[in-house]
Design a protein. Structure first.
Ligand SMILES: [Zn+2]
Length: 733
C-alpha cells in the first residue's frame, strides 16, 4: 500500500475517556468484534480477491475472441479472481468424457487451459464454470433417462435452443455425468473451485428416476401442479432441496479428493424467494455469488443492496460477491446488449456500498459493443485504490428486517404479494429515511445472530414456530425492540392457521375473527386531541387523517394501551359520489399497538408496509419512520441532512469506520435505467461513535480530500460538499 498523501487532520476528543483508551487496540475498543479464531476458516483464494470477472465464452469464441485482450483487461482492472467457461453444455477443453460436447469451433485447442495459465501467471484465483442444464441428441439416444420429462411423459426440448434437450437435475445426468466432468476439470486444471450455473433443475421432472426416487423418499406420487397447499408439492419441494444439497455434497467431496481447498459455488438466489435453503447453502461454501445482473421491470438500484444483506444474513463474515451484468436483460434477454455507464455504475456502487465485492459478468468473449469497458475499469481501479477501507467489514446497522423462506415456500406463487412486497415497503422506507439496516434470516434468531441489533422488523412473517416466537420474546426481554405487521406469527410452521398469534403476549392483542380486505376507501385517524404532539405525528402535524392499509386482521386488545395515536376509520362507499361520506367519524379501534414489556413493541394489524410499497404514500413513509425511531429508542448510528435520495451504509474494520453514501437521486430511481447523475450537497453527516474513541482523521474517498471533523462528546459531524454518484467517508480510528 502506498501511504496516503492526505492532510492529516488529527481530531482529539475533549473527553478524558478518549485519552485513556487511545492506546487500546480496536478489538479492545469494540469488544463485540469477531476475533480471528471465531472467524470462519476461508481459503485465501476466496478471501483475497476484491474484484472478480466472469468471462462466459460462446461456442464460436475459439475462432473469434482475443484471449490476450482479456488477459490484459483483467490486468488493467486489477481483477483478482476469474470465472472461466469449462464444460457442461459446451466443453472448452479436449474432454475425454463420452457425450461431453466439445465446442464445435474448438479444434485441437484447449481454450480453458490457455486462459487458466494466463490468469494463474497473474496470481489470480480461478473458478471454472459449468452449466449442466441442456444436452444433445447423442446423449439422449444413449441415455434417455438423462433428459427432463414433462407431466405428459414427453422429453423436454430446450425452449431457446431447440436442437438441445433439457436435462434432469435430480438424477444420473448431474449425479454421475456431471460429477465425472467436474472430476476431469479438477484433475486437469486444479482450479480453486467450480461455479455452477443453472444446475438446480427446471421445475418438476417426471423421468423414471424422479418418479422412483420421490416415491422412495416421500411415499407419494409426483405432484401434478405447483399448488402450495398440495401435500405432494410440499413434499416435492423438500425432496428437491435435499436432493440438490446432496448433489453439492457429492461434487464437493469429489473435487476435494483432488484439491482439498476447493469448493463448489452453486449459483442460486438469496432472500425469502430463493428455493434452496440459504443457511444450508451458506454452510457449504467459503464465498457465494449473488447473481443480480441488472434490473427487470420495476427494480430500484437498492435491490442489489438488499440482496447483499440477505446473503450476509447467512454467510456472516464470508465474502459475498455481487454479480452484475453490463447489458439490458428484461424478459427478452438481450445478452449482447450494453446499458448506460450510469446504470452499470449505480448497480455496482450499491453492491460495494452494501459490502459486496464486485463480479462483472460478460457473456461472449467476442465483443459486439465495447462501450462498457472503460467504466468498469475505472470503478475497479477505485476499489483497488481504497482497498483498505473495503475489506473485513462489519455493518454498524442497528435495524434489521427479518425474511422467512419457510413463509415464502408455504405461499408458493403468492409469496411476492403476501410476503416480499411487505419487506420491499420497509426497505424503501429505510432507504428514503437514510437508516442503515441489515436483513436477518428467520432461521437464525438466536442471540448471537441478533446481538448487533436494537430493532427487528417482522414484515408479515406469518409462519413462526413456537421456538422462533420464544427467540423473539427473548430478544425483547434482553431489551431489543420489534415492529411487526399484519399476519406475523399467525401460522404454524406447516402453514396451518394458529388459533391466536404466536406473539399475542408481546403484541398485547388476540386474534379476533376473519381477515378483512381488500378494504377500499378506509382511513387512519390521527388522535391529536388525546395524543398532543405525539412523536408519531412528526411531519404529520397538520394531517387529521391518512389513508389506511388495504388488508387488516381484527384483534382484541388484552388491556387498555397507554398510547393510541392512530385509530381506524372503516371503509365507506366510494361510489356514487353522493354517497361518499364517512358513516362514522371515529372509532376506538387502534391501528398501532404500542407497548414496552422490556424492549419496545409496535404491532400494526394491517399491511401498511405492503400498501406503502404499492402506492408509496408519503404519509405512510412518515408513519413507518416515526415508528422505527420510537422503537429504536436510541440515536440513529448516522444521520444525514440535506436533500436527495441517498442510501446510507456504515461499516467498520480494524482501523476505520466508513460511511457509504450512494446518491440515488434520479428521475429513474424507481426503475433503474440511469442516464446520468444529479449531484447533491452539501450534506451534513453526523455519526454516533459506539463509545468514546480517538478518531484520527477523516477522508472523502471519492473526492480524494481530507474532511473537517467537528466533534461533541461521541458525535462526529462531517460536511460533504457535493456527491455526484457516491462518496465514502473514511474515519481512521
Ligand atoms: Zn428427473
Amino acid at each position: 500500500m502506498t501511504p496516503r498523501s492526505l492532510t492529516r487532520r488529527e481530531f482529539l476528543s475533549t473527553s478524558a475517556a478518549a485519552a485513556a483508551i487511545a492506546n487500546l487496540s480496536p478489538a479492545a475498543i469494540w469488544p463485540e468484534a469477531a476475533t480471528a479464531d471465531q472467524a470462519p476458516a476461508i481459503p485465501a483464494w476466496a478471501s483475497n480477491p476484491m474484484r472478480w470477472f466472469q468471462l462466459t465464452l460462446v461456442e464460436d469464441d475459439p475462432i473469434h475472441y482475443d484471449a490476450a485482450f482479456w488477459l490484459d483487461y483483467f490486468k488493467r482492472t486489477h481483477t483478482e479472481g476469474v470465472c472461466l467457461s469449462g464444460g457442461g453444455c459446451v466443453a472448452y477443453y479436449p474432454t475425454q468424457i463420452p457425450f461431453h460436447h466439445r465446442g464445435a469451433w474448438l479444434g485441437d485447442r484447449d481454450v480453458l487451459g490457455e486462459l487458466v495459465t494466463g490468469c494463474r501467471k497473474m496470481g489470480m484465483s480461478v473458478l471454472v464454470r459449468t452449466d449442466p442444464h441442456a444436452t444433445y441428441d447423442d446423449a439422449k439416444a444413449a441415455h434417455p433417462d438423462w433428459i427432463a420429462v414433462d407431466a405428459e411423459g414427453n422429453p423436454r426440448r430446450h425452449w431457446a435452443s431447440p436442437e438441445m434437450w433439457l436435462t434432469c437435475a435430480y438424477g444420473p445426468y448431474n449425479f454421475e455425468f456431471m460429477t465425472a466432468v467436474h472430476k476431469e476439470i479438477m484433475t486437469l486444471y486444479r482450479p480453486d473451485g467450480l461455479f455452477h450455473n443453472r444446475w438446480d433443475g427446471n421445475g418438476i421432472c417426471y423421468c423414471i428416476h424422479c418418479v422412483q426416487n420421490f416415491r422412495n423418499a416421500a411415499n407419494l406420487d409426483l405432484p401434478r401442479n405447483t399448488d402450495p397447499v398440495d401435500p405432494a408439492y410440499i413434499a416435492w419441494q423438500k425432496w428437491r432441496r435435499d436432493r440438490l444439497l446432496a448433489l453439492i455434497d457429492l461434487w464437493n467431496s469429489t473435487i476435494r479428493t483432488i484439491n482439498p481447498e476447493s469448493s463448489c459455488i452453486p449459483n442460486n438466489g438469496g432472500g425469502a424467494l430463493s428455493s434452496l435453503d440459504s443457511v444450508e447453502c451458506s454452510n457449504r461454501a467459503p464465498m457465494l455469488v449473488a447473481d443480480r445482473q441488472g434490473r427487470s421491470g420495476l427494480a430500484a438500484p437498492w435491490l442489489i443492496g438488499k440482496t447483499a444483506k440477505e446473503f450476509r444474513a447467512t454467510m456472516g463474515a464470508k465474502p459475498i460477491i455481487g454479480l452484475f451484468g453490463v447489458g439490458l436483460e428484461e424478459k427478452y434477454r438481450w445478452k449482447d446488449s450494453v446499458t448506460s455507464d450510469a446504470e452499470i455504475r449505480i448497480w455496482t456502487l450499491e453492491a460495494i456500498a452494501n459490502g459486496m465485492r464486485p463480479w462483472c459478468s460478460k457473456f461472449s468473449g467476442t465483443l459486439h459493443d465495447e462501450r462498457w469497458l472503460a467504466g468498469v475499469e475505472e470503478l475497479y481501479a477505485w476499489t483497488e485504490k481504497n482497498r483498505a477501507h473495503l475489506v473485513h467489514q462489519q455493518s454498524l446497522a442497528r435495524v434489521a428486517i427479518v425474511f422467512s423462506q419457510q413463509t415464502a415456500w408455504q405461499l408458493g406463487n403468492q409469496a411476492q404479494a403476501k410476503l416480499e412486497d411487505y419487506a420491499l415497503g420497509w426497505c424503501q422506507a429505510l432507504v428514503e429515511s437514510r437508516i442503515p439496516f441489515e436483513m436477518v434470516d428467520a432461521q437464525l434468531l438466536d442471540p448471537a445472530h441478533l446481538a448487533a441489533f436494537k430493532l427487528l422488523i417482522l414484515p408479515n412473517i406469518a409462519l413462526l414456530s413456537d421456538a422462533q416466537c420464544d427467540q423473539i420474546r427473548a430478544f425483547v426481554a434482553r431489551g431489543g425492540s420489534i415492529i411487526a405487521t399484519h399476519e406475523t406469527s399467525s401460522r404454524n410452521p406447516d402453514g396451518s392457521a394458529r388459533a391466536n398469534f404466536g406473539l399475542a403476549g408481546l403484541f398485547g392483542v388476540d386474534l379476533a375473527g376473519k381477515p378483512e380486505g381488500p378494504m377500499l376507501n378506509s382511513y387512519i385517524r390521527l388522535e391529536h386531541d388525546t395524543e398532543p404532539a405525539s412523536e408519531f405525528f412528526r411531519d404529520l402535524e397538520r394531517a387529521p387523517r391518512v389513508i389506511n392499509g388495504v388488508n387488516r386482521l381484527p384483534v382484541t386488545p388484552r388491556e387498555k394501551f397507554a398510547h393510541t395515536p392512530f385509530t381506524l376509520i372503516p371503509s365507506y362507499p366510494d361510489l356514487p359520489m353522493e354517497k361518499v361520506y364517512p358513516r362514522v367519524e371515529k372509532t376506538d379501534i387502534s391501528c398501532l399497538y404500542l407497548s414496552q414489556p422490556a424492549g419496545r413493541v409496535a404491532y400494526f394489524p394491517m399491511d401498511i408496509d405492503r400498501t406503502f410499497w404499492e402506492v408509496l404514500s408519503a404519509d405512510h413513509l412518515h408513519m413507518l419512520l416515526n415508528t422505527v425511531l420510537w422503537a429504536l429508542n436510541e440515536p440513529p448510528v448516522v444521520t444525514v441532512d440535506g436533500v436527495g435520495l441517498i442510501d446510507v451504509n456504515v461499516w467498520r474494520n480494524a482501523s476505520s469506520i466508513s460511511i457509504h453514501l450512494v446518491n440515488l437521486t434520479n428521475p429513474m430511481a424507481m426503475k433503474g435505467p440511469f442516464r446520468d447523475f444529479f449531484s447533491v450537497g452539501p450534506l451534513e453527516v453526523r455519526f454516533q461513535l459506539p463509545i468514546a474513541i480517538h478518531a484520527m482523521q477523516a477522508q472523502l474517498l471519492v473526492a480524494g480530500t481530507g474532511a473537517a471533523v467537528k466533534s461533541s462528546n461521541r458525535m462526529l459531524s462531517i460536511t460533504v460538499p457535493r456527491i455526484l454518484d457516491h462518496e465514502v467517508i473514511a474515519i481512521d480510528v
